[in-house]
Write a protein that binds this ligand. Structure first.
Ligand code: GDP
Length: 139
């Protein structure tokens, strides 16, 4: 099991507001190495598949609409303790509850449009990276 990688997306609200550079700088300054990255856009079907784990949640439809509403950046990041350290860097799901200095506190609009995704486990980091990147597209 990989323990030093996580997966992230810069979400449509943040790409629309030109926050890609600022967010990538915060990621670099926190000593994550970007080992794969792409700029793309999810169809509704793809967004629904990525978030299938949330299918029964009341916000699933809104989440799928939002995640397919504009371009995103998808990336695989490397660092010791990557999953936990990245969750600390991005802050709480709801930006109004996120700690000062976190990516979501600085850049997120709302609990739905919350600027970035970060995997919540090593297992999901692997699954989510595989969703976006073929073996040829990453080391
Ligand atoms: P995360 O791991 O911090 O991204 O949070 P979750 O895995 O719980 O939720 C996944 C994503 O669903 C979040 O990043 C939000 O974009 C969205 N989301 C979570 N909770 C809510 C909610 O209560 N309302 C809405 N509209 N979206 C939510």
């Amino acid at each position: 099991m990989v323990t030093n990688r996580t997966f992230t997306m810069i979400k449509p609200d943040a790409t629309a507001k030109n926050h890609i550079g600022g967010i990538l700088k915060m990621i670099n300054d926190a000593n994550f190495r970007i080992i794969a990255m792409k700029y793309t856009r999810l169809s509704k079907e793809q967004a629904g598949a990525f978030y299938a784990v949330h299918k029964e949640r009341p916000f699933y439809g809104e989440l799928v609409e939002y995640m397919s509403s504009g371009p995103i950046i998808a990336a695989i990041l490397e660092k010791n303790n990557a999953v936990a350290d990245f969750r600390t860097l991005i802050g709480a799901t709801d930006p109004s509850k996120a700690a000062e200095g976190t990516i979501r506190k600085i850049y997120a609009e709302s609990i739905s449009a919350n600027a970035v995704h970060g995997s919540d486990s090593d297992e999901n980091a692997q699954i989510e990276g595989d969703f976006f990147f073929s073996l040829l597209e990453r080391p």
